[in-house]
Design a protein around this ligand. Structure first.
Ligand SMILES: NC(=O)c1ccc[n+]([C@@H]2O[C@H](COP(=O)([O-])OP(=O)(O)OC[C@H]3O[C@@H](n4cnc5c(N)ncnc54)[C@H](OP(=O)(O)O)[C@@H]3O)[C@@H](O)[C@H]2O)c1
Length: 284
């Protein structure tokens, strides 16, 4: 029985991923660790603990994901997102395990104007993106046949995410201001977890872009959340990123081209609004 270790197992993606892997990889034993079991900023502890488990695969979804927080705390961002991945990769290397790293559309600057391919040159415009890119580089340098999965705009039942935030604000206010000049694909953590499971089963390596299909702005997304939830009487006001004035700049167009996933694993994720509909009917 192969041992598969998920690090970051109590996070939004981690919880769904452990559930999906346990039900789809029935002949493997899936372990879920988070900060209570392993602090990936500690080099020796991380490598030693991984070595003691002797997994065949380590999937690192632990991260510092607060994009504005990263901008203000660069050292912490690099300690978790980049050095943390290096420590995990060293542990994986010691026991000859494969390594999987979750990365982000924010390694691109959004200036291409067309969906990004896996081998487009990265050019992050914020600290979060730079720290995640460094994490990608470490895992690829240190572990043979590493798999990097880039995704975007995640939501799921276990996290504090955009869907939860819009529903919370709609209970408190009559007008919500939402940015209308950033384009991407809201991606459901369960759909992403199924794609990761498939990539593992196909023994995929290298970089893959994985996101739900079709594009929208955060403004479109907010409106769809309200409509699908049957919330009336709340107005959504389109604003610009400049007006919102957050600490971290974000790419205006960070669509990920997912043709490689289709070509090499035969999978296309459903349109984002279909996944959102299912999600909101299961977790209103
Ligand atoms: N969320 C998105 O929209 C998005 C988009 C693109 C890519 N991604 C990537 O997808 C992955 C999963 O994201 P997510 O949103 O599910 O993240 P999340 O909910 O923030 O979960 C991350 C988990 O990692 C844990 N963690 C933080 N520091 C750690 C450390 N030093 N050692 C061990 N564990 C630590 C966190 O614990 P605490 O909660 O206690 O800190 C949390 O349980 C990440 O790699 C992220 O970069 C996310």
């Amino acid at each position: 029985m192969r041992r598969i270790l998920v690090i970051g197992a109590k996070g939004m993606l981690g919880r769904d991923l452990v559930e999906v892997l346990r039900s789809s990889l029935r002949s493997d034993k899936v372990f879920g660790w988070d900060i209570d079991e392993i602090d990936i900023t500690e080099e020796n502890e991380t490598a030693t603990k991984i070595e003691s488990l002797q997994p065949k695969m380590v999937i690192n979804v632990a991260a510092y994901t607060d994009v504005d927080g990263c901008e203000l705390h660069e050292e912490k961002a690099f300690a978790i997102n980049a050095e943390g991945m290096r420590h995990v990769a060293l542990g994986a290397k010691r026991c000859g395990a494969k390594a999987v790293y979750l990365s982000t559309d924010y390694i691109f600057d959004g200036k291409k104007g067309k969906p990004y391919l896996e081998d487009d040159p990265p050019h992050p415009m914020n600290v979060y993106g730079r720290s995640k890119l460094k994490g990608e580089q470490y895992v690829q340098e240190l572990v043979k046949d590493a798999l990097v999965v880039r995704t975007q705009w995640l939501y799921g039942k276990y996290g504090n995410n955009f869907v939860a935030s819009i529903l919370r604000q709609a209970r408190e206010k009559e007008v919500l201001s939402v940015v209308n000049d950033q384009i991407g694909s809201p991606t459901y953590t369960v759909d992403l977890s199924k794609a990761i499971s498939l990539l593992i089963q196909r023994e995929a390596r290298g970089i893959f872009h994985v996101a739900n299909s079709n594009l929208c702005t955060w403004y479109d997304y907010a409106q769809r959340i309200l409509t699908l939830s049957g919330i009336k009487g709340v107005k959504v006001l389109p604003i610009s990123s400049k007006e919102l004035n957050r600490p971290a700049p974000r790419p205006s167009y960070s669509a990920l081209d997912t043709q490689k996933l289709k070509r090499e694993a035969g999978m296309t994720l459903r349109p984002w609004f279909e996944a959102l509909k299912d999600y909101l009917s299961a977790y209103p």
